[in-house]
Design a protein around this ligand. Structure first.
Ligand code: URA
Length: 187
């Protein structure tokens, strides 16, 4: 593993900055190619991610894998992480204070990997990344932003629906597949 990413990993593994360390099994730092052109940012680990220590390995992960495959993108080519590195109890939404204490790790990861394209999955990561990249005035619900391109400096930001929406509504898969195709065309 890239030395700088390993340093972050070791910090996250010891992290006690918010109360989620008390209920997590283990933090989920992120995984993938340290030189990835595309970085995916989800919300927070769920049950299986907490068990395995890897991002998107549960039901939402299976859907993400299908979407990547449909766009002919290999999972090992990209980098996948979340705005929160620890699982919130009962998979509740991330809280403001948790996002504030955890996201310095994400920002360090972005600085090291320098992705050309950042794909945010769902409302929480989209709002956080848009704020960071000076696009605060463009923040809207994911149903308005999904599949659109936004440029900030050299970085392209593309928000997607969170893959978990398909778990609850299978009809959403079509929309996600179409949105992911834009990624294929971009590369
Ligand atoms: N949902 C997320 O946002 N991230 C994961 O790693 C798994 C499910």
């Amino acid at each position: 593993m890239n030395k700088k990413l390993l340093k972050i990993k070791n910090k996250v593994l010891r992290c006690r900055k918010c109360k989620l360390y008390k209920t997590r099994k283990q933090p989920v730092v992120g995984e993938g190619n340290p030189q990835a052109k595309i970085m995916f940012i989800g919300e927070s680990p769920g049950h299986w991610e907490d068990v395995k220590g890897e991002p998107f390995v549960g039901r939402a992960g299976k859907i993400l894998d299908e979407l990547l495959e449909s766009a002919k993108i290999k999972r090992k080519e990209v980098y996948i992480t979340n705005i929160l590195k620890c699982r919130p109890p009962e998979n509740r939404n991330p809280q403001k204070r948790e996002i504030e204490s955890c996201t310095p790790y994400l920002l360090e990861q972005i600085k090291i990997i320098k992705p050309k394209v950042i794909c945010t999955l769902g409302n929480f990561s989209t709002a956080f990344i848009f704020r960071q990249y000076g696009l605060e005035n463009k923040i809207k619900g994911i149903s308005s932003l999904h599949g659109k391109f936004f440029k900030s400096g050299k970085t392209i930001l593309i928000p997607f629906y969170h893959p978990a929406v398909v778990v609850y509504n299978n009809k959403m898969k079509k929309i996600l597949i179409k949105d992911f195709l834009t990624l294929k065309n971009l590369l």
